[in-house]
Design a protein around this ligand. Structure first.
Ligand SMILES: [Zn+2]
Length: 311
């Protein structure tokens, strides 16, 4: 039997999702997506986005009909790290590029699904969340944008080099951020609120790279943060008590945090192997120097311990 391709075939965009292209193919041929999927040999009603969803389908027939090689099809699928504690790839579209979607309505690119993507790699335009949150403004403070961008780059590097252990650490960092910053308790890395998503990216980055500083800043801003941490993590009460002591004994006003951080935490050559075990570092510093030691000395000691563990 000779298999003839469909008469209308939009050209796939670079890095376009298979589901996006199949949807555009259906629109170009004036048929529904489920009807086209049935014709292409898929049993599901929604187009596949991952290799797992493609299993069981006659990919040879699909490739012939769609005029796509096996490598073309693989290049249009999302890559998920199997068994990773948290998913850095959204299972649905949550943001888009206004420039690309204006040129090609309905298009969706693969990298828009990654939680670290903040700009479109195709045209350089800033990505915007899909849908609107009441009262939400797309514009975010430039400082937050810079900090979120750093966090996004760091998360991407961490994911591609990462391990199960790193995934668990990021998962724990997300939980701690939601405890320390109640305004972010419903936020996520794929939040449709741009401000919340950027705040979460920045907060996770700070907590993972400078955990002691992050917790100290949160406690200085809100004295109840320590109690919330104790309630959220009851098994770590002793360590948290010591951390609260470190924070409360700080003579430094919060507004000087940036200067103090630069002085106390010189730039590290690499933050990619860090462990967010700030509680253990604080405990060790107190054990070594005593509870009445100068706070600056305690912080320096804890930072040295963290750096050693990271090396
Ligand atoms: Zn774009």
């Amino acid at each position: 039997m000779t298999i003839r391709p469909r008469p209308r075939r939009p050209q796939p965009r670079q890095d376009e999702l298979l589901s996006s292209w199949v949807t555009r193919l259906a629109a170009a041929n004036y048929c529904s997506v489920p009807e086209l999927l049935g014709y292409l040999g898929f049993s599901s009603e929604s187009p596949p986005d991952t290799g797992h969803e493609l299993q069981g389908a006659d990919t040879k027939r699909f490739g012939a009909l769609a005029r796509l090689s096996s490598s073309d099809i693989q290049g249009m699928l999302l890559v998920r790290r199997a068994g990773f504690p948290i998913d850095f790839v959204s299972c649905s579209d949550f943001q888009h590029c206004p420039t690309c979607t204006q040129k090609v309505p309905g298009v969706s690119l693969r990298h828009w699904r990654y939680v670290w993507s903040t700009i479109c790699y195709s045209c350089g335009t800033g990505l915007l969340p899909l849908g609107t949150v009441p009262g939400e403004k797309f514009q975010v403070p430039s400082r937050l944008e810079v900090r979120a961008s750093k966090g996004a780059v760091w998360l991407e590097q961490l994911y591609w080099r990462g391990s199960q252990q790193v995934g668990r650490q990021v998962d724990l960092a997300l939980q701690i951020v939601r405890v320390l910053a109640p305004e972010l308790r419903h936020a996520g890395l794929c939040s449709k609120s741009r401000h919340d998503r950027y705040a979460m990216l920045a907060a996770v980055h700070l907590l993972m790279t400078r955990p002691l500083v992050a917790v100290s800043i949160a406690m200085r801003r809100d004295p109840t943060a320590g109690e919330r941490l104790r309630m959220a993590f009851p098994g770590q009460r002793n360590l948290l008590d010591q951390l609260v002591y470190l924070s409360c004994s700080s003579p430094t006003p919060a507004k000087d945090d940036c200067k103090i951080q630069k002085a106390r935490f010189p730039a590290r050559k690499s933050d990619n192997t860090i462990k967010p075990d700030f509680l253990a570092a604080a405990k060790k510093a107190i054990e070594q120097l005593g509870v009445n030691a100068d706070r600056a000395e305690l912080l320096r000691c804890a930072d040295r311990t963290l750096e050693k563990s990271r090396r």
